[in-house]
Design a protein around this ligand. Structure first.
Ligand SMILES: [Zn+2]
Length: 722
């Protein structure tokens, strides 16, 4: 609301105060210039506010449309859902009719059957006698009736099926109503906020404009020397300004509480297909569990049996042992013993191991350990390459493209096992001063990662083996060299950017990466790369700031600096990131070196690449890996390769999970339904151990959409009557 300026002048202000405010610049000409400038500024603000109001108006139109669509969808769904109970009744009636027809058919068919063995049935004989019919005619009539009944039964049964689909459809609609109601509520709430913003902006623009006008009048009054008028106009302008600012503050408050135009909710298309049909639509043939496990099985099948072909005929095949091992990790069994106990029960577990994992004969745990201990882990390598190729052919790898043409590869060392007593030929050894030894297994692993994706695509890991107990670091460095050489050999043309922690930012490693034609983003720390940070101390770095909704990213970078004194010819580019939150508190800080030329355009993305660590979710790899620390108790260590073979199988199971999560709609539907990986694994195991499952498609569908409920019927042993 605007107060009349005369009112305020009369009460609060006197010409004296105006003169006092003028004392700083006595020169009226100068004063006029300043006031005119203020007027211009106010006008500029007015235009700005008007432009923003215009923008908001467009949003209002968009959101109104969204709200309309959401309301329509919701009403469609409600109509469908209303019909649900009727649909189920219809289905039940159709089902009852079908079974009645079937029953009658069987009855008549039974009667017909009795004709051939013992002449006419009792009923037939009666009919023939009472109506004077010919027996042959009666038989023909009955046969015709059976045929007719059979046709009717079939028709009724197909009607029942149709009714069931309709009922399921209605049930699905009912289930999605809450979600759509929430969407509608959100859109409506947003619309309210946007409408309010529009009104505020309009007032803001109007007030700013009035402020500008008052300022111009003030300038005029100063020019003609009318101090009282100038003072009045000045005050007027101030009031308009205050109002504009108040409205602006209200808009800000609206935005922080309502977050109106931050996220536009995605509207779901109305459900007009039965969920099962949708699921079939979602499956990607070559990236389904069936196809991926098939690929792995082929590779396993080609592995020569260490026991020789003659002996191997007599026992459980090696691929059965390997696939059983893979099943242990795929089903997330915490120990081999538990798997053994379950699988020895036979029944549906035996069936499921056959249909899902192609295991013809399940080995017991001791036998599995014995056989796998002999397998050279190198034979498992091709499985990783083949799965990777399958993923690439399915056009799924393209999702992971980073910085135009590259793929970001994160490398890391992983501990798998450590013990003071248990050890094998592959174990690393650490001799302690007190005479004790520690045996341990580590792996260098690498995977393609992307800042925007939760899933990772692993390569075959490289075991760190150490026979003579030399220093650990050397070992890790050698293993990572082997790992990267393997990757380059197996994927000669894959454009890669390696991202690693500070351990990799040394001359020899960088030279290796250059030799293998791999780009890099490596962490550098002041204590690990002293001379680099000393060099940077006196140098002016380029600065770049990136802002998103939550944080401010302050980036400093410089191209072409020497890595260190001993590798003065090795030039790298340096980039440093500090992330601040809304309160200007430092939330994250790190620095990297890279061989990619840093510009204002790629600086933020490069930092994201550096931050994309070994992104493996807790529920999948970490749980298993942490349990893997107890390999000696839960899975067995072996004498030769068992520990490494198990680790490879674990990585393969993880790889298959990741591909499915990334590309298989059925898996995704099941995961979404369960809400978390832990629940998904739990449900998988529950179904796997109690139900007969014929295919992976069925398996995921069952989890995603539920299964037909059945009554638990215990198999109580019958009492011995003798
Ligand atoms: Zn070992």
């Amino acid at each position: 609301m605007l107060w009349p300026s005369s009112f305020l002048i009369a009460t609060k202000f006197s010409p004296l105060t105006y003169c006092n405010s003028m004392t700083k610049t006595q020169n009226p000409e100068k004063q006029v210039q300043i006031v005119e400038l203020e007027a211009k500024r106010a006008e500029y603000h007015a235009k700005d506010a008007a432009a923003l109001a215009g923008k908001v108006r467009v949003q209002i139109i968009a959101f109104t449309h969204r709200a309309k669509v959401a309301a329509e969808t919701l009403s469609d769904l409600s109509k469908k859902a209303e019909a649900e109970s009727v649909a189920w009744i219809k289905y039940q009636a159709a089902e009852a009719l079908a079974s009645e027809k079937k029953r009658k058919t069987t009855e008549v068919l039974g009667e017909i059957k009795s004709f051939t063995t013992s002449g006419l049935s009792k009923k037939g004989a009666k009919a023939v006698q009472s109506q004077g019919e010919d027996a042959d005619v009666y038989i023909l009539e009955r046969k015709a009736e059976a045929k007719k009944l059979e046709m009717e039964a079939r028709k009724a049964s197909s009607e029942a099926k149709k009714a069931k689909l309709e009922a399921e459809d209605a049930a699905a609609a009912k289930a999605s109503i809450t979600k759509h109601a929430a969407v509608l509520a959100k859109v409506e709430a947003d619309l309210k906020i946007i409408k309010a913003e529009f009104e505020y902006r309009k007032v803001e623009a109007h007030s700013r404009h009035a402020q500008a006008k008052a300022k111009m009048a003030e300038a005029k009054a100063i020019m003609v020397g009318d101090i009282a008028e100038a003072q009045a106009k000045r005050l007027d302008a101030k009031l308009h300004q205050a109002e504009a600012m108040a409205k602006n503050a209200e808009i800000k408050a609206l935005k922080t509480t309502g977050k109106a135009n931050k996220v536009l909710p995605e509207l779901q298309p109305p459900v007009n297909q039965s969920p099962k049909k949708q699921a079939r639509y979602m499956e990607k043939k070559h990236l389904s569990a069936k196809s991926l496990l098939g690929t792995v099985h082929e590779i396993f099948h080609a592995i020569p049996d260490p026991n020789g072909p003659q002996k191997s005929k007599l026992q459980i095949t090696l691929d059965d042992c390997l696939m059983s091992g893979l099943a242990v990790f795929s089903l997330k069994y915490p120990s081999l013993l538990q798997f053994d106990r379950d699988s020895q029960e036979g029944g549906c577990i035996e069936h499921n191991l056959k249909t899902l994992y192609k295991v013809n004969q399940t080995p017991c745990d001791t036998y599995m350990r014995e056989r796998l201990d002999d397998v050279d882990p190198a034979y498992l390598r091709p499985a990783f390459k083949k799965l990777f190729a399958q993923f690439q052919r399915g056009k799924e790898l393209e999702k992971y493209v980073f910085l135009d043409d590259y793929y970001l590869m994160s490398g890391d060392g992983t501990g798998l096992f450590s013990s003071k007593t248990i050890h094998c030929d592959d174990c690393c050894l650490k001799c302690h001063k007190d005479g004790n030894n520690t045996y341990y297994h580590q792996m260098m692993s690498a995977a393609i990662v992307h800042p925007d994706h939760a899933t990772v695509i692993p390569f075959c890991p490289e075991p760190i083996t150490n026979q003579d107990g030399t220093q650990k670091n050397d070992c890790e460095r050698n293993a990572s060299e082997r790992l990267y050489r393997h990757i380059r050999r197996e994927h000669p043309h894959l454009p890669l950017i390696v991202t690693e922690d500070a351990l990799g930012s040394n001359g020899p490693h960088i030279r290796l990466l250059k030799e293998l034609d791999m780009r890099f983003i490596l962490v550098v720390k002041p204590d690990g790369n002293k001379s680099l940070f000393e060099f940077l101390n006196g140098v002016q770095l380029q600065e770049h700031t990136h802002i998103d909704d939550e944080f401010v990213y302050k980036i400093r970078f410089i191209n072409d600096v020497p890595l260190n004194d001993s590798h003065y010819d090795l030039m790298v580019n340096f980039i440093e990131l500090s992330v601040y939150d809304k309160n200007n508190d430092l939330k994250y800080h790190n620095s990297w070196i890279t061989d990619i030329c840093i510009t204002n355009y790629n600086a933020y993305r490069l930092c994201q690449g550096g931050r994309a660590k070994w992104k493996i979710e807790n529920e999948t790899f970490n749980t298993l890996k942490n349990q893997g620390y107890h390999f000696e108790h839960n899975f067995g260590h072996g004498f030769k390769h068992l520990s490494t073979v198990f680790a490879f199988l674990l990585f393969l199971a993880f790889f298959i999970d990741q591909i499915q999560q990334s590309a298989c709609g059925l898996f995704q539907a099941a995961l979404t339904k369960m809400g978390s990986k832990v629940r998904l694994w739990g449900r998988m195991k529950a179904y796997f151990t109690t139900l007969f499952i014929d295919s992976w498609e069925q398996f995921w569908q069952g989890i995603a959409f539920g299964i037909e409920e059945g009554r638990l019927i215990p198999k109580i042993p019958s009492r011995n009557t003798s």
